[in-house]
Design a protein around this ligand. Structure first.
Ligand code: 4AD
Ligand code: MG
Length: 478
């Protein structure tokens, strides 16, 4: 087995010969001795390599540049410097891959995130993106851990779907038809019977409906997969391809659902704070620096670590939609006409409203429940008032909505009624309705947007910077 730089930095077995490989992050020195910072991605920390200039030719040393990849044989020693405990005294250096300084775009200086997005194939080698993607991994691992520990089964809903029932957003079509020569029906419409699946198909916007099928046999399931929405929203919180975690639980009511979501999210924060202290410390410092450069009114009053710890130490606020509308209506912001969208019962909460609730009013995550049925999906359980449904959205500072979910309508007739009201063809979803016909059960679930979670935990301002290769309108590079 190879030893990573992360392991070497924790090692206390000195004066042994080792070989390490990695990329040069920094190069400095004088005519007698050179210092290299070598990073292999295993940790935010680089290892210091000390090179006696008398042992290396000028020609070889010139090829050792920032971004080049080296294999170094040397002796692991206790460092003399105060910056690090361990360093490597190089004996031989082999350049595995050069990175010409005039061409290599990632230099040891501050690059803008826009620039790094254009170089997304190389940005992985920066401190910030290394930290973000290691934390992203830790969160993914913690999600599986949490559900496994709580008796949930990992469930895979299809990615190609033949139903467009969720109504969560515009869908991407999946087809093998020849675009230049589409088969037509007599009425001029496209004849999808000749398409690959003999019907019209799309990429899924959510794994929920098939997740419900799973829960109504396995009891507790969760999905964790890619979802696709062809919304033309160019915001710092929207992707066209994003990952979603969707637990679905038989016998859970709306309150059980909220309790699970809160416990789950807090577990994830705690996990990352414990398992990724170096990356989180780095991201916290980055966040503070960025925050100081912002306008007063846009500044966060908390640091990143402070914010996560604060969330851990406090219960989420829980309010109904109706209470939330009252708070917004009576707010100073509303009286001073600060909201762009008017506040009245029945509106879909806009991002400005969500942010007011979490950032100004409650100053912590908020679970908003019982929304008007008109603005939510057909499958949400109708309340006795006939006007609202048992929905929940979890809103967090800086992001807005991170989770959306609900108790599901388990009554066959009511569900059918809602589908008809909303113009959804019951024939298309006969398999979904079957679960309400045969052994129906109360059940609930929610969807957590993975990138919004990573954004919240890493403090990154733009969702495009927490997924390796973002898909957004006009952009499918790499
Ligand atoms: O609120 P949404 O649309 O809910 C559903 O899809 C339900 N089927 C979930 C369920 O009950 N099983 O999406 C869930 C979450 C949102 O709260 C948000 O975090 C994220 O998915 N999300 C997006 N993330 C990035 N880019 C987008 N375009 C997103 N749209 C939703
Ligand atoms: Mg939603």
């Amino acid at each position: 087995m190879k030893t990573s730089i992360r392991q070497l930095l924790e090692s206390t077995e000195f004066d042994r010969q080792i070989t390490l490989q990695g990329w040069v992050r920094n190069k400095r020195g004088n005519k007698n001795v050179g210092f290299l910072a070598i990073n292999d991605g295993s940790s935010i920390k680089s290892i210091q390599v000390v090179v006696e200039m008398s042992t290396i030719s000028d020609e070889l040393w010139a090829k050792v540049t920032v971004g080049s990849c080296l294999s170094i044989l040397g002796t692991l020693t206790q460092s003399q410097g105060s910056e690090q405990a361990v360093e490597l005294q190089a004996q031989t250096i082999e350049v595995l891959g050069e990175a010409h300084p005039e061409e290599y775009p990632i230099q040891p200086k501050a690059h803008s995130f826009e620039f790094l997005r254009e170089n997304a194939h190389l940005r992985i080698r920066t401190n910030t993106f290394g930290a973000v993607f290691r934390v992203r991994h830790a969160l993914a691992f913690a999600i599986h851990q949490y559900f496994n520990d709580h008796g949930f089964f990992y469930w895979n809903s299809p990615i190609i779907t033949g139903s467009d029932a969720e109504g969560a957003g515009e869908m991407f079509r999946v087809t093998t038809l020849d675009m230049r020569n589409l088969p037509k029906n007599e009425d001029g419409s496209i004849d999808f019977k000749q398409d690959f699946f003999a019907k019209s198909t799309h990429l899924t916007v959510s794994g929920q409906l098939e997740g419900e099928l799973g829960a109504l046999g396995l009891g507790l399931i969760y999905t964790f997969g890619p979802t696709f929405r062809a919304e033309n929203s160019n915001t710092s919180r929207h992707l066209a391809e994003f990952w979603m975690i969707e637990p679905e639980m038989a016998f859970y009511d709306a309150k059980d659902n909220q309790d699970l979501a809160e416990d789950f999210v807090k577990y994830l924060f705690k996990y990352v704070l414990q398992k990724c202290p170096d990356d989180m410390k780095f991201l916290d410092e980055r966040f503070q620096k960025e925050n100081q450069g912002k306008k007063k009114e846009e500044q966060s009053e908390f640091g990143l670590l402070e914010k996560l710890n604060f969330v851990l130490d406090h219960d989420f606020a829980r309010v109904t939609y109706t209470e939330a509308i009252d708070i917004l209506y009576n707010s100073k912001a509303n009286k001073k006409k600060k909201f762009k969208y008017p506040v009245e019962w029945g509106i879909d909460l806009q991002s400005e409203h969500e942010r007011y609730l979490v950032e100004q009013h409650f100053k912590k995550p908020v679970i908003v429940t019982d929304y008007p049925k008109e603005i939510k999906a057909f499958y949400m359980k109708l309340n006795d008032d006939g006007k609202t449904v048992r929905a929940m959205d979890i809103l967090v500072p800086g992001i807005g909505e991170m989770i959306g979910g609900s108790q599901r309508e388990e009554n066959y007739d009511k569900l059918l009624g809602r589908m008809q009201e909303m113009g959804i063809d019951p024939q298309e979803l006969s398999w979904y309705l079957d679960t309400r016909k045969f052994g129906t059960a109360p059940h609930s679930g929610f969807g957590l947007g993975f990138e919004r979670l990573v954004q919240f935990v890493t403090g990154m301002g733009n969702i495009r910077d927490v997924i390796p290769f973002p898909r957004t309108p006009q952009n499918a590079e790499f």
